[in-house]
Design a protein around this ligand. Sequence first.
Ligand code: UDP
Length: 239
Amino acid sequence: MIIILTNNNDNLRADGRVFNELRPLKIEAGVLEKADGSAYLEIGGNKILAAVYGPRELHVRRIMRPDMAVIRCRYNMAPFSVGERKRPGPDRRSVEISKITADALRPAIFLEKFPRSTIDVFIEILEAEGGTRCAGITAASVALADAGIPMKDLVASCAAGKANGNVILDLSEDEDKEGEADLPIAIMPRSGEISLLQMDGHMTPDEFDKAVDLAIEGCKQISEAQKNAIKDRYGEENG
Ligand code: UDP
């Protein structure tokens, strides 16, 4: 019997991926000397650094919690991270992403172990190619683990969405800009808890369900890469 395997190129995306395929992913833990924890991440054309300081004593009374640590995040795009030079400094988008990043990471951390303290997370987008908020959360989570901060799980994040009428995983910049919808998600894979879910654009309820399932599968793959990054730095027994 002769079996002919055909590759139906019609189903491939502009960058050659199938609908449920992540872009090439690389994560390295402990890349900076001076921060307490750090990570470098590439996914597709995104290049991202995350650094963590803390837990350390917090002197700002207005935000200090007597019973637990607070987590503060700053997401920043470098001026050279996008085609059109980005004006340096915070803008509405970076303030929003900083907030949702802290919200996505907070449930994973045993904050009650560090009363009156702060954990500071810095995410620097060196190059952006779509999906930076998710990639930033993924990198920050590895940096938190690298800083030795006790966590229930590593938060993993990626988006699914819709472009050219198809529900797809991990949108590129072009798919994000030209597509119909973008659905970033972050999960704690051990419990399955979702700590971030945003949506931009339009999908039917069926497409939404499909996109959520795809994004969760993507997060599970990303979670393996996160664990490998920690294992590579600290060895199997501590990974
Ligand atoms: N982008 C850009 N200039 C900006 C902000 C974003 O070129 O000032 C690009 C960048 O590649 C980013 C993409 O647009 O990844 C999508 O941005 P979005 O706000 O959807 O956030 P992201 O998908 O990065 O989480």
